[in-house]
Design a protein around this ligand. Structure first.
Ligand code: MN
Length: 742
């Protein structure tokens, strides 16, 4: 054992006192009640008990418990009981004192914690698998008795890792492996994010020393450029935040060596291509939790007004916090030099929770019930597994590891690599997590070698293979079973891309059609087409043409009295959601394929047609006229079933119709279904009367076992209004569908 013979006992005393004073000062500046007496007693007891003993590094042993207590207090945020237990944590293990002695001096609670810590003092990775399993079992059992045992154990492990260099290499390797295998994931599960990161980095340092050194030096080499870039990047944002009157810090931090290395491994890329090497962080002071989210978004607005944001890299952990309660808003923007820079926006409270996790919740006392329930549930799972341990120790360890995250699952790729996904994730989530291309082209999955649909919910331990096809496209319905943030944003981007392709195709068809009829393209022709099709804009028009919802049809070029009028399109009756009538509709549409078009006109309140009471068509609908016995034209929707029957007997009385002039209000019915909740009806009424000024004729609302349904009759000028109305109503929270009924 090394001896620091050149340090005098007096200097050593001063060193110990200074370390202890540092611990006390930190404690006194915390929010905890100031119970210095018990801490002081624990310190003196431990100092005397460990007197004359040195660590492998040569320093007095008491320096270790002081350091552990300091981590417990300043990095985890625990109070006097935990600090005292941390100071005493090695007394029973390493000296002649017993748990009873501790209880006599410090009471039952502290003694219990020290006892728990003593039981799990051995490493988890023993020489035999059965010893590993047994030690691990003890760790988890004590954890379920008092979570503080594990939190202090974390601090102990962190300090041992920080001072690992004085251990012989074979021990370093073993301790580092064990840390990465169980302590880092456990720290993450407990929300101790900073500790998790440090544990991973330290493990990495001892497991892969050369790689660690190499990445560190690359980070160092890029520092000057990085700082200079950040200063320029931050300046305009600082100016805006200052103008908001915010109290904030704006810092930049490099990601951990380990996470950079993992990314390089995973993506098979060199250091230079890790684009998210560092992240900027804004932490702002804010009184009251009500303001937090709003301020986050305000700051977000300021940033995205200065810099272009990456469309797929906004992470809203405000609305849906991570499993370990992490809350923040992340946005990636293009910096002045064209680099992508991630900015994390957090309040001080969110930052504390991000860094200290579980322990910070006690400080802020938020969502206590929720928090504890979640933890209790998790501990219960662990306890259940412990009751019936696997006979095979390694299997047992794996089972525990799979269940470490009650709200997360671990699945395997065909190559045996593991992936962590939130509970409830589908095959499609997994595909998107692996790669965007896999997500957009997948058609099914194989789970444990059995074929399953994309919506299949995965469980821990599943082996998952993604089956792709190179023709398939992402579908709107997929939104229903993608639950991960990554999957959602990637799917949205893919759907946007797909829409763009259809619009381009539609535009090409439109242009080709004009060219083949020697019509020169003009904005006038375009806006005529838009208004005649009752679509909002040219994107919508081209989309419908590209998606075969509007068919360009040369037979429909017609001449009108006042110069040439081109009726070169027609909505395809076989496409779109209102058509469920199959063959009968097809027959009807064939029968009316005459050259004659009857113009539907209303002048001075008098119409040359009647609206059929069976299907209530309105302008914008595809319609067919039926000439009645008394020579009135009754207008039906093209897919009306009554019309289909009429057609069978009176095919010659059908007329092709076209809406021309109308000032009337037409009745339309809308059917709304949703989950009944407070304010849902009010929101719907607001949209109809206030937002859209639509005249409501009748409203019939029912609620049955939580299912809300509403039949609505409104008076509108044409079909677009109803389409818009349905679209707006669908946005109301709780509403599942809003559809126009015949
Ligand atoms: Mn220790």
């Amino acid at each position: 054992m090394m001896q620091n013979s050149n340090i005098s006992p007096e200097v050593e005393e001063q060193m110990i006192d200074a370390a202890y004073q540092n611990l006390l000062n930190g404690y006194l500046s915390s929010n905890h009640r100031k119970k210095v007496e018990i801490i002081d007693k624990a310190f003196k007891f431990a100092r005397d008990a460990h007197k004359g003993i040195r660590r492998r590094s040569g320093e007095p042993y008491i320096m270790h418990p002081i350091a552990v207590a300091t981590i417990v207090s300043q990095e985890i945020g625990l109070g006097s009981t935990s600090i005292s237990a941390a100071l005493l944590h090695d007394v029973v293990e390493d000296t002649d004192y017993t748990v009873d002695d501790i209880e006599a001096q410090f009471g039952k609670k502290i003694a219990q914690i020290v006892d728990g810590l003593t039981k799990i003092s051995g490493g988890i990775f023993g020489d035999k698998a059965s010893v590993q399993a047994e030690n691990f079992r003890k760790l988890l059992l004590t954890m379920s008795e008092d979570i503080r045992v594990v939190l202090i154990k974390m601090a102990d492990r962190l300090h041992n890792m920080r001072t690992l260099s004085s251990m012989p290499p074979n021990k370093q390797y073993k301790i580092a492996g064990e840390t990465l295998y169980i302590y880092a994931p456990l720290a993450q599960r407990l929300g101790l994010y900073a500790i998790k990161t440090e544990l991973e980095d330290l493990s990495f340092k001892y497991n892969h020393p050369q790689e660690y050194e190499r990445i560190c030096s690359l980070i160092d080499a890029s520092e000057e450029r990085r700082n200079e870039l950040f200063t320029r990047f931050a300046a305009p944002i600082r100016e805006r935040l200052d103008n908001m009157g915010l109290d904030y810090t704006f810092t930049v931090r490099v990601k951990s060596c380990y996470s950079i290395w993992k990314k390089m491994q995973r993506k098979h890329i060199p250091f230079e291509e890790v684009y998210d090497l560092y992240a900027a962080r804004i932490v702002f002071q804010c009184d009251g939790e009500d303001n937090e989210k709003r301020l986050c978004w305000n700051i977000y607005d300021q940033i995205t007004e200065v810099y272009t944001k990456h469309p797929d890299r906004v992470r809203d952990w405000l609305t849906t916090p991570k499993v370990n309660k992490y809350q923040a808003l992340h946005v990636t923007v293009m910096g002045p030099d064209g680099d992508w820079i991630e900015v994390q926006i957090r309040s001080k409270r969110m930052d504390d929770i991000a860094e200290r996790g579980f322990a910070a919740h006690w400080k802020y006392k938020i969502g206590e019930g929720e928090e504890e329930k979640e933890l209790v549930r998790w501990l219960q799972t662990i306890t259940d597994i412990l009751k019936e341990p696997e006979p095979n120790a390694i299997d047992f360890l794996d089972t525990i590891k799979l269940n470490l995250f009650a709200s997360e699952i671990i699945v395997f790729t065909p190559k045996g690599e593991t992936m962590t996904l939130p509970k409830g994730a589908s095959v499609l989530d997994m595909a998107f997590a692996l790669h965007t291309d896999l997500g957009t082209h997948c058609i099914a999955g194989k789970v444990n070698h059995e074929l399953v649909p994309l919506s299949y919910k995965l469980s821990s331990g599943d082996q998952v293979e993604i089956i792709t096809s190179n023709v398939d496209f992402p579908k709107d319905e997929w939104k229903k079973f993608v639950i991960t943030a990554k999957g959602k944003t990637r799917l949205r981007a893919a759907l946007r891309h797909k829409r763009r392709l259809i619009i381009d195709k539609g535009e090409q068809r439109f242009m080709d059609f004009l060219a083949s009829h020697n019509i020169e393209f003009s904005n006038e022709i375009l806006s005529q087409a838009i208004s005649r099709q009752f679509v909002a804009n040219k994107e919508e028009l081209f989309y419908m043409i590209g998606n075969d919802e509007i068919q360009l049809n040369e037979d429909m070029i017609t001449k009108k009295e006042h110069g040439a009028r081109f009726n070169w399109w027609r909505r395809n009756p076989f496409k779109g959601k209102d058509n469920h009538k199959g063959d009968t509709t097809q027959e009807a549409s064939q029968a009316i394929d005459t050259k004659k078009v009857y113009r539907l006109v209303t002048r001075d309140g008098v119409s040359n047609y009647q609206i059929a009471s069976c299907c209530h068509p309105i302008p914008g609908d595809d319609t067919v006229g039926f000439l009645s016995e008394d020579n009135k034209v009754i207008v039906h929707k093209m897919d009306c079933s009554t019309l289909a029957r009429l057609k069978a007997s009176y095919g010659s009385r059908l007329l092709q119709t076209q809406w021309e002039e109308y000032s009337d209000r037409f009745q339309a019915s809308v059917h709304i279904v949703g989950i009944d909740q407070k304010g849902i009806l009010q929101s719907i009424v607001n949209i109809i009367s206030t937002n859209m000024s639509i005249n409501m004729k009748k409203m019939n609302v029912t609620a049955d076992q939580g299912v809300f349904s509403c039949d609505l009759d409104v008076l509108v000028s044409d079909a677009t209004v109803v389409t818009n109305l349905c679209r707006e109503i669908k946005k109301v929270k709780g509403v599942n569908s809003a559809t126009r009924m015949s």
